[in-house]
Structures are given as structure tokens and as C-alpha cells.
Design a protein around this ligand. Sequence first.
Ligand SMILES: [Zn+2]
Length: 124
Amino acid sequence: MLAATCHCGAVRIEIPHVPTEVTNCNCSLCRRLGGLWAYYDVGSVKVVGHPEKTNEYVQGDRTLRTVRCATCGCTTHWEPLDPTVHKRMGVNIRNFDPVAIGDVRIRLLDGADTWETLDWNELK
Ligand SMILES: [Zn+2]
């Protein structure tokens, strides 16, 4: 288990293991948020302070919500609106200590258009 908080500490995220890769997506929402997403099964991640200390945004197709701290505004994760249908969630790994995350590959996902992987980078 590895834990991190948003900038102000109101929201704590616990992931079951360090990711081996994270996704940088260029879709209309992700490019604005600037997050790096690590994917986990919904039940395997604990978000302490959510939803009491968070705000959410639900976009057009209403399949998921992006969640941010209501105090400092840092995006913590996205999660499915219906976890019985979609079982995966994305944690914004930018909240974690880069030293704790270590060497992880960044996948550049073309979520704006083709949904294909465009490139790989290293997290620096
Ligand atoms: Zn905060």
C-alpha cells in the first residue's frame, strides 16, 4: 500500500501498489486537468475524505466523475458513476511523492481522437 494526499491534506488516497505505468491523456478534460492516471479496480483504492471533502465533475456521457479536493482543488481521481458496470478507476499519481513512485513509464494516450498510444516517456 502507498498513500498520498492532496496539497492541503484534506483528502488521502491509498493505492494497493506502485503503478508500472501511468497515462497522460490528451482528451478535452484530461488535458485541462493535467493528471497522470494510474488505473486500479474500484474496490482496491481507498479515498479518505471523499465525498465529504471533495467536489465532482460529471461530463457529457455520464459514465464517470472526476473528483477534486474542495479546499485546494487538486484532482485526486476519477471513478465510474456505476461501479457495477465500470469497475476501473484512475488515480492522479501526480499527488504522490515522485521518489516513492520511482521509475514509471508514461503512456501518451490519444483520447482526443484515436484512443491509441502515441508515445512513451519516463516520469521525471
Ligand atoms: Zn486539498
